[in-house]
Design a binder for this molecule. Structure first.
Ligand code: KPL
Length: 295
């Protein structure tokens, strides 16, 4: 089977290599596909170094898309999908593996007959240059259906190493990742600090506590079971485990790119507004990051 991939950043490239290793054909959809149709990706994971030939094509190619992995930034989802919409079949499988929430509902409304899936991953990878991928954490990936009653992972996913976990209730997994991103990303983006600073600096830790307490209140009202303990404990663990990392939002701000704030803090503030719940700390972060973002 073949997977097309929209979003050729580090995560898109990482899962392209995992799909290839799992025996799938892949093609990365690029704005500027390579003139000879593929590119060499040197992949470093621990001591293992492998080179992959990754096929590329443009959005305007004519090949039908049966399985589509979307790893774009959340705010690019709809435009990216629209660029290939004429190539989808009524029952194309679409898997959204991205940060944030809100884009899933938009895709559900626009492509109701597609087999829609969502996933979250803690895999960590970065690209020092376009033909090199450094995988720093194999991570855990959770995948589940958004609009089907499928009970097995989509084709080519169970065979991956490490294999993702199938989650019938993917919404809870999406909320857990969202809550962690709300706790870490805006603060690191505003203060220009590594994730670890949030637990090392008492003032930042206090702010993270307030953000997390608001999210605990909201998710309780929404009946979403976040974690066994308060969110702050989990957020502090992630900040500790990724202490040397720059969050994706800090990277976006640093490189003058738009941020995913509307799909992270923006989404929780919107949900809270609908319930009449006030989230003053999260709201303040939302306007501060908006003011910084290149949107
Ligand atoms: O997912 C992340 C991100 O940066 O987007 C965290 C978990 C905060 C790690 O940096």
């Amino acid at each position: 089977m073949k997977w097309h991939i929209l979003g050729a950043g580090a995560i898109g490239n990482l899962f392209a290599t995992r799909l290839l290793q799992a025996g799938q054909n892949v093609s990365l959809i690029l704005r500027q596909p390579k003139s000879d149709g593929y590119y060499q990706l040197h992949c470093l994971e621990g001591k293992a170094r492998r080179t992959y030939s990754l096929p590329t094509q443009s959005a305007s190619a004519t090949e039908t898309i049966s399985n589509l992995l979307i790893t774009t930034k959340a705010y690019d989802t709809e435009t990216a999908l629209a660029s290939v919409s004429s190539r989808l079949t009524p029952d194309t499988t679409i898997l959204l593996l991205q940060n944030g929430m809100g884009q899933h509902d938009a895709v559900l409304q626009r492509y109701p007959s597609a087999n829609l899936w969502a996933g979250v991953t803690t895999a960590g990878a970065w690209r020092p240059n376009p033909d090199e991928l450094i995988c720093v954490a194999a991570g855990e990936t959770h995948i589940g259906p958004l609009n089907t009653h499928a009970t097995q992972l989509p084709v080519g996913w169970a065979e991956q190493v490490p294999a993702p976990t199938y989650k019938q209730d993917i919404q809870t997994a999406l909320w857990r990742k969202l809550a962690i991103n709300c706790a870490i990303n805006p603060l690191t983006a505003l203060h220009g600090c590594h994730n670890g600073a949030l637990i090392e600096n008492p003032g930042l830790y206090q702010q993270m506590q307030l953000i997390c307490a608001e999210l605990d209140t909201l998710t309780r009202a929404l009946d979403i079971p976040l974690f066994a303990t308060d969110l702050i404990d989990q957020a502090a663990n992630v900040a500790q485990a990724t202490a040397g990392n720059r969050s994706s939002m800090l990277e976006d701000i640093t490189h003058g790119r738009p941020t995913e704030i509307e799909f992270i803090t923006g989404h929780v503030c919107q949900q809270a507004d609908q319930l009449g719940i006030d989230l003053p700390c999260n709201k303040a972060l939302l306007s501060q990051v908006r003011a910084l973002s290149a949107t």
